[in-house]
Design a protein around this ligand. Structure first.
Ligand code: AHG
Ligand code: MN
Ligand code: MN
Length: 334
């Protein structure tokens, strides 16, 4: 079998008719290397003393786990010195992190959720890393938070790593979605699936049902119809899955279809939603659209939302196209 490593895939992307530039290649390689280090730490678990609370809070008032902090540090350390970035921003840092003056600066901005699914760390359930790559605006040498406030349509690349039974990196450079599996013996990510496609129809949904009483009417209607199954208006049974790690739920949808929802509800209305626009909704929206799916807030396409703050939250409805469009239609009907 002729195996294609991530490095080879990226070098070939550099030689393609619409070539990626060398800095972007380096950036993806560096993020992938950092994800390998995070994967190792995750696998060591209690033996590596990486489980449990860090004893601190992030800017959003959430208790940080040791692995949230460690993963953030791994991504920062890996990306600081390569010369490909102007700045980084993360769920776990209040403000953007500028590249120190002792290192060269590049033209990209990297924004990430270093460890997604924190509530699953200590129970040995799949978790992940999500990242998004933007261009630093022309002429800006010391980017501020405002420079990160670009709609998702401006993403140059996006990806996630899921630390599950195997470690898998899923990547889009705006030209389809590709999947790489970590070969631990060789220490490299190997292409295991090109051009992932999300089926347009599905009979599987993912939502935290415990929030049902807080949902808005369009989501109440949609889920009630799914739950009614064969006897209801949809005329067939639907299955439910909720891992509570967005990466794992999205990965399942990329693999076999489905719809994932963290809609607006009365509990999170004041914050605008639960999931974060810049480092959760946008990169996942980009990946899902590149795989033929759709990503909406219920009222608009996620990738067209103009962000106002770095840690902005947003409702997320994504996955199989026909289901996402149906939920959006229910919102439009009011
Ligand atoms: P994070 O661990 O980065 O804060 O993100 C957790 C998110 C997401 O991964 C998941 O879909 C959702 O929170 C789970 O929320 P509930 O605990 O409300 O189910
Ligand atoms: Mn997250
Ligand atoms: Mn996180």
């Amino acid at each position: 079998m002729n195996r294609v490593s991530l490095s080879r895939f990226l070098i070939e992307a550099q030689r393609s008719p619409s070539p990626i530039n060398a800095d972007l290649r380096l950036l993806i390689e560096v993020v992938a290397r950092a994800c390998k280090a995070i994967s190792l730490a995750v696998n060591k678990g209690a033996l590596g003393n990486v489980l449990g609370e860090a004893g601190s809070e992030n800017v959003q008032g959430e208790a940080q786990k040791k692995l949230d902090v460690l993963s953030n540090e791994i991504l920062l350390d890996a990306n600081e010195w390569g010369g490909h970035l102007a700045a980084l921003a993360s769920e776990e840092m209040d403000d953007p992190h500028l590249i120190p003056n002792r290192y060269p600066k590049g033209n990209y901005l990297l924004v990430f959720d270093p460890l997604d699914g924190s509530s699953n760390i200590d129970v040995n359930v799949s978790i992940g890393t999500i990242f998004s790559v933007l261009r630093c605006p022309e002429g800006v040498t010391d980017p501020s938070a405002d420079d990160f406030l670009q709609p998702g349509t401006r993403q140059v690349a996006a990806g996630y790593t899921v630390y599950g039974p195997s470690t898998i990196l899923v990547l889009t450079l705006g030209n389809g979605v590709h999947q790489f599996t970590l070969d631990r013996e060789i220490g490299s990510f190997v292409l295991t699936q090109s051009d992932l496609r999300i089926p347009e129809d599905t009979s599987e949904f993912a939502i935290n049902m415990s929030n049902q009483r807080h949902w808005e009417a369009p989501v109440q209607r949609y889920i009630a119809e799914l739950l009614a199954g064969r006897e209801g208006p949809r005329g067939r049974d639907f299955n439910m899955r909720w891992v509570a790690s967005m990466v794992a739920d999205v990965h399942r949808i990329l693999t076999r279809g489905g719809i994932f929802m963290y809609p607006l509800d009365a509990k999170c209305r004041d914050k605008g939603g639960k999931l974060r626009l810049l480092y959760e909704a946008n990169p996942m929206g980009f990946i899902v659209e590149q795989a033929g799916g759709a990503a909406s807030t219920g009222r608009e396409r996620i990738m067209e939302v103009q962000p106002h703050t770095l840690h902005q939250r947003i409702p997320v409805i994504l996955g199989s196209k026909n289901e996402v469009e149906r939920v959006a239609a229910y919102h439009a009907e009011g």
